[in-house]
Design a protein around this ligand. Structure first.
Ligand code: ADP
Ligand code: ZN
Length: 713
């Protein structure tokens, strides 16, 4: 008896049919269609697509269209299981081979493979390259080879895997099988290496842009309470949602996770200093649950394929835009709205500048590091569209400001800071270029007399010239001067500040300087649901998530493998009442419809009650009204306010279920005068009408008249 009997191997001819019936989606994304038809026709492909772009479908669909098994090479053992689970949920027979399997399990998979029962096989590269595996594959029809995370072949990249280089045997052993290389990291050097190593000289190259339009970039100033700012951000905008918080040090990871926990947020730590099994447990929980916040060093994240990460927060500045882009890219892979949120301040700037200055690297390397940090700091201090700056870094040009970053949404103010900068910098000079920012600010503001007197700095010309700005405003000035490279931090690491060549033109008055005003922008509040549903749908949304969690727990798979957030959001939005209606939603394929359709419909029926309930409430009021009760009596009987009863009645009138005469006795002459009052009230609001009629009619009655006028139109 095969393990794979209850999955079915489907024979479909058209990619479009596979997309709908298996994956439940209506349309390919722009690049997907081209890639898939190219590969289905037997072509090789190099696919460069940002995270969340939809790379998996690019090989999964051809796997189902072409004859034979598709072999997917992936470096991430942890992910294979989830991918295979997700495919099985869609009724596709898939399996993986890697070192996590027992001998018996491996043998089972190999048997299924040789009997042609599999449509997709995920393998670790070292397993694929074993002579035994290669020999087995040579005996059966193969649909394609897909090499995921293909940048691992590049020895210049950060994820180099020596085994990946040996994949160059594939074109020799399987010359007729299409090969696809897929990656989200693709500078030109890496691209060239991939093409060389994997024999893709003839391959179609499909490059999608770097833009991740659903991610909202926000970089805010540390207002002296970064953790508190983080907590409000999570509470206000992402309660009960999954997210990642990046910190620089292990200590800060532990503290932040504990502190978030004390404040009622399910947060788990992750860093290289923890025992491997603790780390693994936390990672599993993060992947499987839908509301865990992972607090981590950058050790966490490679290959985190969780689609419903709703935010990535940075409590420390990344060292380069590449890192920032890669880390923030883990948010919103499902294409729904997600936040990349960062808080940064003077201390971050000083720390990074110091680290980079004191780096032991060779000069050429150091220069590169400095440029990278400059670009990152530039992004932080930017007053224009963040996305334009970010994409420009990757040589991509965005015509218009994006409208989905903090600077686009609430443009920051700038001010002419030339004089302030001159004061700040000459204070550095006059005190001997060896003090830190706090001391310099004390001198500028004439504070902290004792220490200053000790050095005789109460006599320098800049003493007390800076009372016009607050200490925190001065910090913002210094931060920006250091960010922009007019000042630098000493190499010895005492935090002493020195002038650079770039300071000269400003000091001499040859160049003016505009700086960003201190951030007083109020954080933009969104609805509680990142997916953009109105709050009244919260109950149904939560009920659907609970149901999904139960199903996932029963099967030991991550929640998103059952249905993605996007699909649940559609359920809330459209409230399907039948299997036919449910099947039209994105992400609902044939297999999931059969397995889960009725269950989710039941949840919708039960929890969509409030909307239907409103209807019932109106119906009950209408019934009592038809029985001859007046509004006051109805209100008493139903324990409602009279206003509510009138609102029900007005609604029934507007919808043609009642006539005005059923509700109130109003003569035609009276009606004329009321109508005239309405005509004279341009906004259509009730107050002017009520006043014009000198309070002769209740607001409720007027509301009903207005409804009947609207119904008559
Ligand atoms: P990548 O591997 O490129 O990061 P994935 O393959 O994980 O991205 O896809 C990201 C998300 O987009 C997944 O949730 C996937 O189901 C969804 N997706 C991919 N293609 C489509 C499509 N054509 N229509 C709707 N959703 C899609
Ligand atoms: Zn923008």
């Amino acid at each position: 008896m095969s393990l794979f009997r209850n999955s079915y191997v489907m024979i479909h001819n058209q990619p479009q049919d596979v997309l709908k019936s298996v994956f439940g989606y209506d349309a390919f994304r722009p690049q997907q269609a081209d890639i898939i038809s190219h590969v289905c026709a037997g072509g090789d492909a190099l696919v460069l697509m940002p995270t969340g772009g939809g790379k998996s479908l690019c090989y999964q669909v051809p796997a189902l269209v072409r004859e034979g098994v598709a072999v997917v090479v992936s470096p991430l053992i942890a992910l294979m299981q989830d991918q295979v689970n997700a495919l099985k949920q869609n009724g596709v027979s898939a399996a993986f081979l890697n070192s996590s399997l027992s001998a018996a399990e491996s043998a089972g998979v190999e048997q299924a493979l040789l009997q042609g029962e599999l449509k997709l096989l995920y393998v670790a590269p070292e397993r694929l390259l074993m002579p035994r595996t290669l020999a087995q594959l040579q005996r059966i029809p193969i649909a394609l080879f897909a090499i995921d995370e293909a940048h691992c072949v590049s020895q210049w990249g950060h994820d180099f895997r020596p085994e990946y280089r040996q994949l160059s045997v594939l074109p020799e052993l399987f010359p007729d099988v299409p090969r696809m290389a897929l990656t989200a990291t693709a500078d030109s050097a890496t691209r060239i290496e991939i093409i060389e190593r994997l024999g893709l000289a003839e391959a179609g190259v499909f490059a999608s842009g770097f833009d991740r339009p659903n991610i909202r970039y926000r970089i805010t100033e540390n207002r002296g309470n970064a953790r508190g700012q983080l907590l409000s951000f999570i509470r206000d905008e992402h309660p009960g949602e999954a997210g990642i918080v990046y910190c620089l040090s292990r200590k800060r990871v532990d503290e932040t996770a504990r502190w978030l926990g004390l404040n009622g947020i399910r947060a788990l730590p992750y860093h290289a200093g923890m025992a491997a099994e603790d780390r693994q447990r936390n990672q599993d929980e993060f992947l499987r649950q839908d509301a865990v916040v992972m607090v981590a060093t950058i050790a966490f994240g490679m290959g985190i394929d969780k689609p419903d990460v709703r935010f990535v927060a940075h409590l420390n500045l990344p060292k380069s835009i590449e890192s920032y882009y890669q880390e923030t890219g883990r948010a919103g892979r499902d294409g729904l709205a997600a936040d990349a949120w960062m808080v940064y301040g003077l201390q971050d700037v000083i720390t990074l500048r110091q680290m980079q200055e004191s780096s032991q690297a060779q000069d050429s390397r150091k220069r590169v590091e400095r440029q990278k940090l400059d670009a990152m700091l530039g992004l932080c201090e930017d007053t224009g569209c963040r996305r334009q700056t970010l994409l420009r870094y990757f040589d991509e040009h965005l015509e218009q400001p994006c409208g989905n970053c903090d600077n686009c949404l609430t443009p920051p103010e700038t001010w002419d800071a030339t004089v302030a900068a001159q004061k700040a910098m000459s204070c550095v000079y006059r005190t001997g270029q060896r003090f830190g920012v706090s001391y310099l600010i004390d001198v500028l503001r004439g504070h902290g007399q004792d220490r200053i007197r000790q050095y005789g700095h109460e006599k320098v010309s800049t003493f007390g010239v800076g009372t016009d700005l607050s200490a925190s405003e001065w910090r913002a000035v210094y931060r920006q001067l250091i960010s922009r490279g007019l000042l630098k931090v000493d190499v010895e690491g005492h935090g002493g500040i020195r002038l650079t060549e770039a300071a000269r033109p400003v000091l001499k008055g040859e160049q003016t300087l505009r700086l960003r005003k201190q951030d007083r922008r109020r954080p933009s509040r969104k609805s509680a649901l990142a997916v953009g549903l109105p709050a009244r749908d919260n109950e149904l949304w939560q009920a659907l998530r609970d149901h999904r969690r139960q199903l996932a727990e029963q099967q030991g798979v991550p929640a998103y493998v059952i249905f993605h957030d996007a699909t649940l959001a559609e359920m809330v939005e459209r409230q399907p009442q039948s299997l036919e209606q449910l099947e039209r939603l994105p992400g609902v394929g044939e297999r999931k419809l059969v397995n889960y359709g009725e269950g989710f419909l039941a949840v919708i029926r039960e929890h969509a009650a409030p909307r239907a309930g409103k209807k019932d409430a109106v119906a009950e009021t209408v019934r009592l009204c038809s029985e001859g009760l007046d509004p006051l009596a109805i209100a008493r009987q139903r324990d409602l306010t009279v206003q509510t009863v009138y609102r029900h009645l007005a609604r029934a009138i507007r919808e043609g279920e009642l006539e005005l005469a059923d509700v109130a006795e109003i003569s035609p002459a009276e009606l004329d005068s009321i109508q005239m009052a309405f005509d004279a009230s341009p906004s259509g609001t009730l107050k002017p009408v009520y006043d014009a009629l000198e309070g002769a009619y209740d607001y409720g009655v007027l509301e009903c008249v207005r409804a009947s006028l609207a119904a008559a139109e």
